[in-house]
Ligand binder design. Structure first.
Ligand code: B12
Length: 446
């Protein structure tokens, strides 16, 4: 049984970049890099089978002018000859993922196509397509394993709980309930990082030569920001990993000097993180860390930020979202904009490079852009990000606003395109967002 797991390429849609003034283009995010942690976990769950993983983001980073997706896939299909192909899905990569399945079916209609990942949880109905055979929503490495075993034994999948099997009428759920599965704790699976050697040189950030890897210390989020996909993915639950399991993973990361924590918020349980830092220290683990930390948490626990900085915390990604309390309230951010300034101060005091991210709503007028620009100029951070408030399918914000969506092209759902009608003429809106990217402290690009 030959299994092929595929990380789809990025969506090329980026209107902010297209419309930005020339001098801002350098600073605008063109791509996020990093290994596909979810697929590495799925790969580990079936490692006793013949499994290969291809990272098409990495592949296009190695060969930006490489062949088109269908052609690349044809090449891989010919060499690997898979029986099963699994793809991970987020909204903006939906069409690319489906194209991968289409290429597989065109090559050999008997290849079983299995979809997984965030978008299968948040927008299951999108997968009712002839190219898709099975959908495994959720933290589903175990389900995938059962699918592989059943397929190898030429059995049906009806006995596997939590699956959706595609029929011409509908995506049909299997009958047995989903067995309890805690992917952060008792069912944690160590990601199979050695599968990505070919692309490791592409996992670099901030002009540094060393590759970065991702690691999660928790899954889900206890906050409920209206635009966010993460807490709906985990049904509002928060799962903290076991401390020693994180230490064990960190100790295995000899190939990586820089570790990016893939948590929604790394500091939720203050004592847990404090103990984690103590253990990192005790074990003599020397790495540089990149983490997502909330600005209100930072202001509440400055001692912890100082302690983390001493242990190697170098870059923090902080969702400022807005400089206005009424907007934060609308987003259900559960925080006050007045705290941003103090948080910036705490990070800078500890020599932490801060990426502060603002989200720009579609109704911003020139006066709003001016106010945003004034605020950001007075509160500069090393790397600043200004993306567009986007109703990701399956979020609260999507449900609130879905009647106003004017663009349903999922490849635009990556925070760099407006899918809602803007108050300003569209080009002017994008240009104004693009211009904001010039407001930052340093000259680096992350
Ligand atoms: C790591 C990560 C990345 C990595 C790797 C992703 C990849 N596939 O290459 C990189 C850096 C490349 C990345 C890029 C982007 N990302 Co990203 N990323 C994350 C992050 C931080 C963690 C995801 C993760 O690893 N979770 C842990 C793993 C174990 O869980 P998992 O991925 O869900 O996988 C499990 C299950 O879903 C399932 N599963 C997953 N895939 C499959 C496949 C099969 C076949 C099966 C059976 C099961 C299965 O099993 C896995 C194990 O249990 C999340 C935020 C978060 N904290 O969750 C954002 C997140 C997923 N990213 C997001 C976005 C938008 C992007 C970008 C578009 C951002 C941008 N504007 O550029 C880019 C896309 C590429 C680009 N334009 O550069 C959004 C997605 C929103 C949405 N609804 O679509 C998130 C939720 C961030 C956010 N706050 O909104 N990202």
């Amino acid at each position: 049984m030959k299994i092929l797991l595929v990380n789809p390429p990025r969506s090329p849609e980026n209107k902010i970049l297209e419309c930005a003034p020339a001098e801002a283009k350098h600073f605008i995010h063109k791509k996020l890099i990093g290994p596909p942690l979810g697929l590495l976990t799925v790969a580990a769950a079936v490692k006793d089978f013949d499994v290969e993983l291809i990272d098409l983001k990495g592949e296009y980073d190695l060969h930006p002018d490489g062949p088109a997706l269908a052609e690349i896939m044809k090449g891989y299909l010919e060499t690997i000859q898979p029986d099963i192909i699994g793809v991970t899905f987020i909204a903006s990569e939906f069409y690319a993922g489906i194209e991968i399945f289409r290429a597989a079916k065109a090559y050999n209609p008997n290849i079983l196509t299995v979809a997984g990942g965030l978008h299968t949880v948040l927008s299951l109905q999108d997968f009712h397509l002839p190219e898709v055979d099975v959908v495994c929503p959720g933290q589903s490495a175990d389900m995938f394993r059962e699918v592989v075993i059943a397929h190898a034994q030429q059995k049906s999948f009806d006995h596997i709980g939590g699956l959706y099997i595609n029929t011409s009428e509908a995506l049909s759920p299997t009958k047995p309930p989903r067995a309890p599965w805690n992917a952060a704790r008792e069912n944690f699976i160590m990601p199979q990082r050695d599968m990505l050697k070919r692309w490791i040189s592409t996992y670099v950030v901030g002009g540094r030569p060393e590759p970065v890897t991702y690691l999660f210390t928790s899954l889900g989020c206890p906050y409920e920001c209206s635009f966010c996909s993460i807490w709906p993915q985990f049904d509002k639950r928060f799962y903290q990993r076991r401390l020693e399991s994180i230490i064990e993973e960190l100790k295995q990361l000899d190939d990586y000097k820089i570790v990016r924590f893939a948590d929604a918020n790394t500091i939720v349980d203050v004592n847990f993180i404090s103990q984690l830092i103590d253990r990192i220290h005790e074990e003599g683990i020397q790495k540089e860390y990149v983490m997502d930390i909330r600005f209100d948490t930072t202001v509440k626990h400055p001692w912890l930020i100082e302690k983390m900085a001493k242990a190697g915390l170098k870059v923090v990604i902080c969702g400022f979202e807005s400089f206005r309390d009424e907007e934060l309230k609308k987003y259900n951010k559960d925080s006050s904009a007045g705290l941003i300034e103090e948080a910036i101060h705490i990070f800078h005091q500890n020599d932490i490079m801060l990426r502060g991210n603002y989200v720009i709503p579609n109704d911003y007028t020139l006066a709003d852009f001016e106010a945003m620009s004034d605020y950001a100029s007075a509160h500069r951070v090393v790397y600043a990000g200004y993306t567009i408030l986007t109703p990701m399918p399956g979020t609260i914000f999507y449900n609130e606003i879905k009647q106003d969506i004017i663009d349903h092209d999922l490849s635009k759902y990556n925070f760099f395109n407006s899918v809602l009608k803007t108050t300003l003429p569209l080009e002017q809106f994008y240009e104004s967002v693009g211009k904001l990217w010039l407001i930052k402290k340093g000259s680096d690009v992350i």
